[in-house]
Write a protein that binds this ligand. Structure first.
Ligand code: AMP
Ligand code: MG
Length: 409
């Protein structure tokens, strides 16, 4: 019988932050690159914009011609012509003259600023008055102001967002080198677990974990590879894990990670040559029976079979690892984090990090987090909740009314 050697969640996070091999790399088109992680720095192949352009509708001028202008003593400028959109200016701006220009128009030669149309009065077709002075460069974006040729636009390790793709499009970058999606093996175990297409017999339960974990893996940028359900049999489990090790970057086994007579995960993982046991048991609730083993450079993780625990452990510990396997260098806290006031007191055993499932609702006084009660064996507690509140190891609880961070999922 193997007993737990329980580690604190912070120790486990440190272990999971150990160096991992660099990700494999692939090239994808821009429209397939959303949420992918750059495998290399992207540098600008050209200046953006490639010409000086106006950022307002108005008149391109020589700023010096407007110095001292006021509503009482306007500067009079002759309109020498117009800049057409998408075309180089055909007229230049001589002293005492201006050229009509629209937002995004190319600044004509001779001009160094653009007066907004709102700050002018038309005297007639060919003459305007400018009612305030303008500084050189005002209302103009210079060539290369956005990005200069050769400059790093985005660094390796950056996960691409909509705005990033827009900037790349603006530079004419049609494809990018990204990290391959980490391949994540999902191995469900348990004599009582049956495929979701089957009608469970007495004492049996449908496989919840493969579907839920596959979705979580995909959501985090990975490529799930589901194995068929493995009976509680060490030889069968070993064969399945060996296959997964050869074909994937991360192996997740659900069930059998505890210390019961039918729990084979630890023994099987330790039976691989060069296997290194890093974690067996974490001081968290739910989710204590977690195993982390490395075989060479590969990571193998035994998750608790209980679906709520498996998902919580995935979110808290495995997802950051999976994202690092993808080369994601920033690992900011989840964007889906809100602050809410706790609706009721929550107690917690010191020495354990607790993950409390909460529903978040709006109130006149801001967001309120209501704990969803119920045993962690009830999968609906996760369904009814919007997120998790983490009660740190050292805390004995949190009082009603206190602000808490809710990690939405
Ligand atoms: P175990 O970690 O193997 O002791 O399993 C803990 C609990 O989770 C047991 O009640 C199992 O029946 C249940 N369980 C294990 N694997 C799954 C699964 N893939 N889907 C749903 N429940 C599971
Ligand atoms: Mg089991």
């Amino acid at each position: 019988m193997l007993f737990f050697n329980v580690k604190s969640p912070s120790e486990v996070r440190e272990i999971l932050a150990r160096p991992t091999p660099p990700p494999r790399c692939e090239t994808v088109a821009l429209d397939a690159a959303l949420r992918r992680v750059l495998a290399a720095d992207v540098t600008a192949p050209e200046d953006l914009p490639e010409f000086d352009r106006s950022v307002v509708d108005g008149f391109a001028v020589r700023a010096a011609d407007t110095f001292g202008a006021s509503p009482g003593l306007p500067a009079f400028l002759e309109v020498a012509g117009e800049v057409l959109m998408g075309q180089p200016a055909s007229v230049s701006v001589a002293p005492g003259r201006c050229v009509r220009i629209a937002t995004g128009g190319m600044l004509p030669p001779g001009a160094d600023a653009v007066v907004m149309v709102e700050h002018t009065e038309a005297v007639d077709e060919r003459l305007i008055e400018v009612t305030r002075p303008i500084a050189p460069g005002e209302n103009v974006v210079r060539r290369g102001d956005d990005v200069r040729e050769g400059e790093t636009v985005l660094p390796a390790g950056h996960r691409l967002r909509a705005s990033d793709l827009g900037a790349l499009a603006g530079l004419g970058i049609l494809e990018v080198a990204v990290a391959a999606r980490p391949r994540v093996a999902l191995i469900p175990t348990g004599d009582e677990v049956v495929d979701l297409r089957e009608r469970p017999g007495p004492g049996q339960i449908r496989d919840i974990n493969t579907t839920a974990l596959a979705a979580a893996v995909r959501e985090a940028g990975g490529e799930p590879r589901s194995a068929p359900i493995v009976r509680d049999d060490p030889d069968l489990l070993k064969a399945t894990v060996a296959r997964a090790l050869a074909e994937t970057d991360l192996v997740l086994i659900s069930g059998g990670s505890s210390v019961g007579a039918r729990d084979w995960t630890l023994e099987v993982l330790l039976s691989f040559p060069r296997s290194e046991l890093l974690v067996h048991g974490v001081a968290i609730r739910p989710g204590k029976p977690v195993i982390v083993v490395r075989v060479g450079e590969s990571w193998l993780i035994g998750l608790p079979g209980n679906p709520v625990s498996a998902l919580v452990v995935y979110e808290q510990f495995v997802r950051p690892l999976q994202r690092r396997l993808e080369g994601d260098s920033r690992l900011l806290p989840s964007a889906g984090r809100v602050t809410a006031r706790l609706a009721t007191n929550l107690s917690s055993d010191p020495g354990k990090e607790d993950y409390v499932r909460v529903r978040v609702r709006r109130s006149d006084a801001g967001l309120v987090a209501e704990p969803v009660l119920g045993k962690s064996a009830l999968v609906m507690t996760l369904v009814q909740a919007d997120g998790l509140v983490v009660i740190p190891e050292s805390a004995e609880g949190i009082e009603a009314g206190e602000p808490v961070a809710v990690e939405l999922y």
